[in-house]
Design a protein around this ligand. Sequence first.
Ligand SMILES: Nc1ncnc2c1ncn2[C@@H]1O[C@H](COP(=O)(O)OP(=O)(O)OP(=O)(O)O)[C@@H](O)[C@H]1O
Ligand SMILES: [Mg+2]
Length: 249
Amino acid sequence: MEPTTHYALEIKNLKKSFGAKSVHRGVSFGVKTGEILGLFGGSGTGKSVILRSIIGLETPDEGEILFHGRNIVNIGELEMPPIRKKIAYVFQNGALFDSLSVEDNLAYPLRAHSSLSDEEIHNRVNQMLDLIDMPGTNNLLPAQLSGGMQKRAGLARAIILEPEIILFDEPTAGLDPPNTQRLISNIKKLKARGSTGIFVTHDIPSAFEIADRIAILYNGKIHVIDTVDKIQKSKDPLVQSFILGAGDA
Ligand SMILES: Nc1ncnc2c1ncn2[C@@H]1O[C@H](COP(=O)(O)OP(=O)(O)OP(=O)(O)O)[C@@H](O)[C@H]1O
Ligand SMILES: [Mg+2]
């Protein structure tokens, strides 16, 4: 059997039902250190529930979620916070605090979870604003930002503690092509810095641009997981229907 220790994150035989509705029927896949795994699947197939389960917002009925080989399902209130600092979840709309400036939004995790001085925090915030191509926006309120900027600021806040793993839940949804491209280039910069991630999306071209491998969730299981190249060349009708954009139907 293939050794599993090279996975930063491994999902093993996850099962989850909501009432009579069985969403996950044995989902298994691994994410290697330094790779971005694209996760496709029709609407309602349970992609977000996978991400939410990884950070402990949902509890699987069965199965394991291994973070560097250690099962983090149900590890409890004391042990989860240090792991949560290492796994960032990028919310779809940015999830910024409306009443706080961009600076205070980004500084928030640092003030709560680091011992950096005010000056160090300010410098860190500015580095992040450079990374997301938003220098000088420190004093703006979220309402003064475009949708694309709000998403990038949300990305910056999610990753300001330098997590090992970043979970992206449809980060490009609702963005126009230039803003999609800007966000993709931000994510590419993170990837070049060694970030590991899961990129849940219906945006197939963006996933092909940034992912190393693609997994397709279908009928409660991972139907296929392979390199972008192999997925693009696949003759499997289901894979083809996803690539052609019909997989969501
Ligand atoms: N807390 C919950 N209680 C009950 N049902 C839920 C809950 N969370 C998710 N579901 C159901 O589980 C299924 C999977 O939801 P999920 O949000 O993971 O889908 P998804 O693949 O992310 O879809 P989309 O692409 O539309 O975002 C859906 O049918 C949803 O209604
Ligand atoms: Mg979802």
